[in-house]
Design a protein around this ligand. Structure first.
Ligand SMILES: NC(=O)c1ccc[n+]([C@@H]2O[C@H](COP(=O)([O-])OP(=O)(O)OC[C@H]3O[C@@H](n4cnc5c(N)ncnc54)[C@H](OP(=O)(O)O)[C@@H]3O)[C@@H](O)[C@H]2O)c1
Length: 244
């Protein structure tokens, strides 16, 4: 049984992960962190026949009895969390988006000591989506106009989305004329539309996440997978390739 501690446990993603952990026989929740200001503090986060876990604002205690930590908090907090996770010496799965280059450098450095799994989109379908658009990017002339449009709920803080940025990085290997735009509307979970604007026809790809569970399931799979690693920096592509 793999013991997972969860940071960002009170948020939309955190709640989805807690609910999926409850129905997965291979994992349990061993700690759920929230800030001292959170209305969830000390309330029950997770319960099974032999375990009752409350939301806690004591980060070290939350981490201490776990095999792996999943973090779906917000960008600002990742650096603080990292220090404590390195001290605890457990694998770290990060789904937080908007991580800056300075933080990425710190994560890379820490991955020499602990395994770190970081992906701005934990959906397996998004990985297939990226394979398809990469194939098209190779086939279209390099000066083709390519647009990436991301649509998310109004509470999403970063724009463009981390996924849109990673799609742009991937396409820029083959294409020179890439535009990104973002839209924040209603409760859209995550939609990415990539269009190759040809001279006489357009090729349009859409990935639409219908539930947060797709990201939560990916994160739980990543947590199971990364516990077998000693150290290193990994993402969804590594996991999928390894399992193929
Ligand atoms: N990689 C992926 O596949 C994927 C998919 C969806 C979303 N995301 C990303 O995941 C993150 C969370 O998304 P969400 O929709 O769940 O957000 P959310 O509902 O706003 O939840 C944010 C969580 O972070 C905690 N938090 C906020 N500030 C914090 C701080 N300074 N220190 C510690 N904890 C803090 C909040 O806890 P309190 O109760 O303490 O306020 C809350 O639990 C975002 O970056 C989002 O873009 C990634």
């Amino acid at each position: 049984m793999i013991k997972i501690s969860l940071l960002g446990s009170t948020g939309r993603m955190g709640q989805s992960i807690l609910s999926l952990v409850s129905s997965d026989k291979e994992v349990v929740c061993s700690g759920a962190y929230c800030r001292s200001t959170s209305p969830f503090l000390h309330k029950i986060a997770y319960q099974d026949s032999s375990l009752k876990i409350s939301f806690s604002d004591q980060l070290e205690e939350v981490l201490q009895d776990s095999d792996v930590c999943i973090d779906f908090s917000l960008q600002d907090s990742v650096t603080d969390h990292l220090d404590c996770i390195v001290k605890t010496n457990i694998p770290y799965v990060i789904g937080v988006t908007g991580i800056n280059s300075e933080q990425l450098l710190l994560l890379n450095k820490a991955s020499k000591h602990i395994p770190i799994f970081y992906d701005q989109n934990m959906s397996v379908g998004m990985n297939q989506f990226k394979n398809l658009i990469e194939q098209s990017a190779r086939n279209f002339p390099p000066e083709t106009r390519v647009t990436i449009h991301d649509v998310h709920h109004v509470n999403k803080l970063d724009a463009p989305s981390g996924t849109a940025i990673s799609i742009s990085e991937l396409l820029s290997i083959y294409q020179k004329n890439i535009e990104i735009s973002s839209e924040r509307v209603g409760d859209v979970i995550g939609r990415h539309i990539v269009t190759f604007h040809g001279e006489k026809e357009d090729l349009i790809f859409t990935h639409d996440a219908k539930s947060r569970d797709v990201f939560a399931l990916g994160a739980i799979e990543a947590a199971k997978w990364i516990t077998k690693k000693e150290s290193g920096f990994f993402n969804m592509k590594d996991l999928i390739l390894d399992k193929a």
